[in-house]
Design a protein around this ligand. Structure first.
Ligand code: CDP
Length: 797
């Protein structure tokens, strides 16, 4: 049988196939590795038209006129939609996830290069593209500002003149966390203070599949079917209902397979709204698929934080942190965040250290750049926070003459301090940081590496050892603390066991390649003893799954996983009642062993789940109050975030002649609590390290002075290949999460948090120990490393 075959033990798999948790090959890979995934662009609906977006060539320009005559005259073009048409539908502007407004199609002026100006609907993609080329737009170019530090200069061009009362480019008032007075005191008492200006440059998740949608509005029934790979289908449906005034119960979103999301498929983009509007107007399905340039230049960007930071220590232990950030949100503020936290979770910047005080300030600015930013494999700015704190610890080590590992070891929060409240108000759940660091040091053979480094430096070679230790908060989040656009960040699970004992579990989480079809089946299997191949995981269809906020920020295991654990236990409790009737005993006399209820003291009298399921649907007598059947529902509101952590070490060699960095070794030791499927966890870590290497060494979205995006194709936006990635050396520690039903913490974004600082610290370690260079910003590509070696490294624009 194919399902069994695909799970035969292979390299890395346990010899025994697990019933519950354990290394189990991913069910979904059977179709993915055969090229049988079903992605949006594979779909063709009868009578479907195709949409394409005209984008602004200017970063900032008044739109004097838009003439669609020539485009409309092209045979095969059905409609050209502009801002004026959208105004009549009330769709010219849409709310963003950060309570700002964003032009769906620009009517008054273009505010970033690549902004959506018009939408052509045609018989096929080719005619739609030709139609786009025939739209005549008269622009009056305006000066652009693409540098966040210059956006607040007096005389900087005003970007958001559409907003009443907006006089400057400030997108948000300054948001603060921590305590300024006590931080000043700790700094006054410190014996070493390190100061750095650090930039986390604009980068992009660059998923294989770009964004897209098929909107299928039926004018006869009023039903709107949407096919769209997004990470939060239920929330999207609610947003469409609110924005377009459509009845929510007449909207159905179906996701199919998704070719990577990484946070970039959380927001609602103008192309989606255009596809919906076009289908409503045309009365037929309309498909829009974004091209690569549109994806890189106009949406999904991440990071873009300009950070001034000071860290201090006393007697070799880190004591205080001061941070002042300018967040560049582009032309419209659509940064992903929970409502109460305008800077996302950035204030987790205290990291893994027992600080005496900290003070954090963040303000956001508008620039003539694409709007955002998305939480790229990140819980709302945690990645930026981890990068900052881990760069600052290394800066303090350099300035104070400490070994970066010893400084961390002396400053870690100790195991007995958990639950631990940070100076910015986070309550970390559990951890043993020194132990995890030690596992990484042992794998690395740290002292040996340092000895080798000394020899290399003496021989004129450049070798760096970069350390990073991260703690992040994932699993947003508790209803009492957070929501998005007023929606509680909870997730649901429905579970039904059929008469045959086979089960279906429906989730509000939405996989984009993380293996949910396997791992969520394993959770049910662990709880009920049903083999994972007998459990189907359903998601991605709002008509067939319970309400919930979806998958981003590694929240699937912490929130949806919690829901699945609870729903399984509810069903198991029902099964107990039925088993008691079957075995003619009282429920309290039964004990559970994986897969069956048995009479305590007489295990020969038992009812396995398959028999209980068969009985539950039979005509036989039911326990009092039972109507028969075997199903359960749950909605999980987590009491706290979960706090995974990890120790990463990167060994890098730099060519002294060219500045070319080569990662020789990469060690990652993660603690994500109980691992449901350690093989899937390893896969998550492998992928995230590769992304982190890309961010640290090559990926950046930059602009020239006029606001032209210089990295809008894969010729200029470099993503890593296997050649740039070493074989990873993974280790693990397991500290269960005390408040999570499964003891698990999220893991997906961890490697994207830990890798950029580990790699950058390694580059700087090499440059400092050989040449005395104390800082450089990412990306550490050969040209920039070489410039740094000449003492000329500029921050990225
Ligand atoms: O939200 P997202 O799925 O991206 O992140 P996650 O909750 O960290 O889960 C990523 C994948 O790793 C899922 O398939 C999880 O079931 C799996 N995982 C696991 O097996 N054990 C953990 N402790 C955490 C995640």
């Amino acid at each position: 049988m194919a399902v069994v075959e695909q799970n035969l033990p292979g390299p890395g798999a346990d010899q025994e196939r697990p019933i519950g948790y354990g290394r189990l090959k991913r069910k979904e890979d059977a179709r993915f590795i055969r090229g049988k995934g079903n992605y949006l662009d594979d779909m063709r609906l009868s009578g479907m038209l195709f949409g394409q977006v005209l984008r602004s060539p200017y970063a900032h320009a008044k739109i004097l006129s838009i003439d669609t005559t020539r485009a409309l005259a092209l045979p095969g073009v059905h409609r050209v939609i502009t801002a004026k048409d959208l105004e009549t539908l009330g769709l010219a502007w849409m709310p963003t996830i950060s309570y700002d407004t964003q032009a769906v199609l620009a009517g008054d002026k273009a505010r970033f290069q690549g902004q959506e100006i018009a939408f052509v609907v045609a018989d096929n993609e080719y005619i739609a593209n030709d139609g786009v080329a025939l739209i005549d737009v008269e622009y009056e170019p305006l000066p652009a500002v693409v540098n966040a530090r210059k956006a607040l200069d007096p005389g900087a061009p005003l970007i958001r003149d559409d907003k009443a009362g907006q006089r400057d480019n400030l997108a948000s008032p300054t948001w603060e966390a921590g305590d300024q007075a006590s931080t000043d005191r700790v700094f006054a008492e410190a014996d070493v203070v390190a100061v750095r200006d650090i930039i986390y440059p604009r980068c992009h998740p660059a998923p294989m599949e770009t964004c897209g949608m098929i909107a299928d509005f039926n004018p006869n029934t009023g039903q709107l079917d949407i096919y769209n790979g997004n990470q939060a289908p239920h929330a999207h449906r609610t947003v469409y209902a609110q924005v377009a005034g459509l009845p929510e119960h007449y909207i159905r979103i179906m996701c199919n397979d998704i070719g990577g999301g990484f946070g970039g498929k959380v927001p609602v983009y103008p192309g989606y709204v255009c596809a919906i509007a076009a289908s409503i107007v045309a009365g037929v399905p309309v498909k829009w698929i974004e091209d690569r340039t549109g994806n890189l230049a106009a949406d999904s960007f991440a990071r873009d934080y300009v950070m001034h930071s000071e860290m201090c220590s006393k007697n070799g232990k880190i004591t205080g942190l001061r941070v002042d950030v300018i967040a560049d949100h582009g032309a419209f503020d659509s940064t992903a965040q929970a409502t109460k936290f305008p800077a996302g979770f950035f204030h987790i910047v205290c990291g893994s250290y027992d600080l005496q005080a900290s003070h954090v300030k963040v303000k956001a600015v508008y620039t003539n750049k694409a709007p955002g930013g998305v939480a790229y494999r990140c819980s709302f700015r945690i990645t930026e926070a981890v990068y900052l704190v881990e760069r600052m610890v290394d800066a303090l080590a350099i300035d104070g003459g400490f070994d970066p590992v010893e400084l961390r070891m002396r400053s870690f929060i100790r195991p007995e301090q958990f639950p631990y409240e940070t100076t910015t108000g986070w309550v970390y759940d559990s951890g043993d940081y020194a132990k995890t660091m030690q596992v990484a040091l042992d794998i690395c053979r740290y002292d040996e590496m340092r000895a080798e480094q000394k020899e290399k430096i003496a021989a004129g070679e450049l070798m760096g050892i970069g350390v990073a230790f991260f703690t992040e908060g994932v699993g947003a989040g508790p209803r009492k603390h957070m929501d998005i656009l007023g929606l509680a960040m909870n997730d649901g699970a429905d579970l039904r066991v059929h008469p045959s004992g086979k089960a279906v579990v429906s989730l509000s989480a939405q996989t984009q390649g993380q293996g949910h079809e396997t791992t969520f089946a394993q959770i049910v299997a662990e709880e009920l003893g049903i083999p994972p191949e007998d459990i189907q995981v359903r998601h991605g269809d709002t008509d067939k799954s319970p309400y919930g906020l979806g998958t981003y920020g590694s929240r699937s295991t912490p929130v949806s996983g919690g829901a699945v654990g609870i729903v399984s236990r509810r069903l198991r409790d029902k099964a107990r009642m039925i088993a008691a009737t079957m075995l003619e005993t009282r429920p309290e006399d039964l004990a559970w062993e994986k897969g069956k209820w048995y009479v305590r003291g007489d295990p020969s009298k038992s009812a396995p789940m398959t028999s209980i399921a068969e009985y539950a649907y039979s005509g036989k007598p039911m326990p009092a109050g039972f109507e028969g059947g075997l199903d359960a529902q749950a909605l999980y509101d987590p009491p706290n975030l979960t706090y995974p952590y990890g120790a990463y070490i990167c060994i890098i060699d730099i060519d002294p002649g060219t500045g070319y960095p080569t990662i020789r070794r990469f060690i990652a030791v993660d603690d994500c609590g109980i691992r449901i499927n350690p093989m899937v966890v390893d896969g998550q870590i492998h992928g995230g390290i590769a992304e982190g290497i890309g961010i640290a060494l090559m990926e950046v979205i930059t602009f020239d002075e006029e606001g032209n995006c210089l990295n809008s194709s894969f010729m200029d936006y470099l993503i890593p290949t296997a050649l740039e990635c070493p074989g990873y050396e993974l280790g693990e520690t397991v500290t269960p999460c005390p408040h999570h039903p499964l003891g698990a913490k999220g893991v997906g974004e961890s490697p994207n948090c830990g890798t950029p600082p580990a790699v950058t610290n390694a580059v700087i370690d090499a440059l400092y120990r050989s040449k005395g260079i104390r800082h450089m910003d990412m990306p550490c590509n050969p040209a920039r490393v070489w410039m740094a070696m000449q003492g000329k490294a500029e921050p990225p624009q």
